[in-house]
Write a protein that binds this ligand. Structure first.
Ligand code: 0WD
Length: 271
């Protein structure tokens, strides 16, 4: 019997089949769970409905993918609609994945000191506040004992040049995750973050993932990067009963990179 047999949940943040959210959802559905999905709303003038079509294409062959609806986490009404639709389909849900981040490329490419006020607000709203907004709206449909997971990155714990304003957002997201874990703890609802090493995705490209992949290969104790599948399995673990005693935690799936105190084998290249 699969780990997710009889379990239902909501997956936020699939953009295409390279998305981390998809890697995690696939694992959950392979293990017997059923999922509802959201996509970024299409602009009214986009007759081809590209965002919808892109995600519909990804989920179409999977019987455990039950619905696909638009979600803009900057819009509280829209978040409420998504939770209502989810409740109508599933009743209570057992897991909720938040795998959403955004910053204007212009702000990401600036030194952090030059971050604009508007760019900061936008990045924080979509990448950090949205976890609180979504959890609050989902409150009444979360089953006791449910699990919430969000996607974070090491740039929120330490300065990672190039990650810039998104690092500040991830620090806020990590803190939001911990406070939510406290609030929801009495109902047995757990909230955790998965900190992935660099992965090639749409958002990853915007954050300059290629250089990071090279650096991780040299510095991570495992001497390689992590795969979509590895991140998928760890995400599914956090959302499953296998991690029942764990809340308010950041689980690093990064080949060990985060625990290094020096560049390690990368130093060999300087000799
Ligand atoms: O190396 C990486 N790729 C890592 C990503 C390493 C560690 C963490 N992460 C994090 C990201 O910061 C993010 O929080 O994982 C999460 C998912 O990122 P991803 O899978 O790399 O990126 P992607 O496939 O682009 O999905 C992120 C999605 C958006 O995609 P696009 O590219 O269309 O912006 O977040 C969603 C959207 O689907 N999103 C929104 N959803 C609802 N409302 C919004 C919004 N306003 N904005 C973005």
């Amino acid at each position: 019997m699969g780990l997710f047999e009889g379990k239902k949940g909501l997956i936020l943040g699939v953009a295409n089949d390279n998305s981390i959210a998809w890697a995690i959802a696939k694992e959950i559905m392979d293990q017997g769970g059923v999922c509802g999905f959201t996509h970024l709303p299409d602009r009214p003038d986009d007759e081809r409905k590209r965002n919808h079509r892109r995600v519909a294409q990804v989920i179409k062959d999977n019987n455990a993918a039950k619905f696909l609806i638009p979600l803009d986490v900057q819009n509280d009404e829209n978040i409420a609609e998504v939770m209502q639709t989810t409740g109508e389909h599933f009743g209570k849900i057992d897991f909720l994945l938040h795998s959403i981040a955004f910053a204007d490329r212009e702000d990401l490419n600036k030194d952090t000191i030059r971050t604009s006020r508007e760019g900061f607000k936008l990045a924080m709203d979509i990448s950090a506040y949205s976890l609180l907004a979504v959890a609050n709206a989902a409150d009444s449909i979360l089953a006791d004992g449910a699990s919430i997971a969000t996607m974070t990155y090491f740039g929120g714990e330490k300065a990672v040049p190039g990650y810039n304003v998104m690092g500040i957002c991830k620090a806020a997201l990590d803190a939001a995750m911990r406070y939510l874990a406290y609030d929801l703890g009495p109902r047995g609802i757990r909230v955790n973050a998965l900190s992935a090493g660099p992965i090639r995705t749409l958002a990853g490209r915007a954050a300059g993932v290629d250089e990071m992949l090279k650096m991780y290969e040299h510095m991570a104790p495992l001497c390689r990067n992590v795969t979509h599948e590895e991140v998928g399995k760890a995400g599914a673990y956090l959302l499953s009963d296998m991690s029942n005693g764990i809340t308010g935690e950041i689980l690093h799936v990064d080949g060990g990179y985060n625990m290094m105190g020096s560049p390690g084998r990368l130093l060999d290249q300087l000799k």
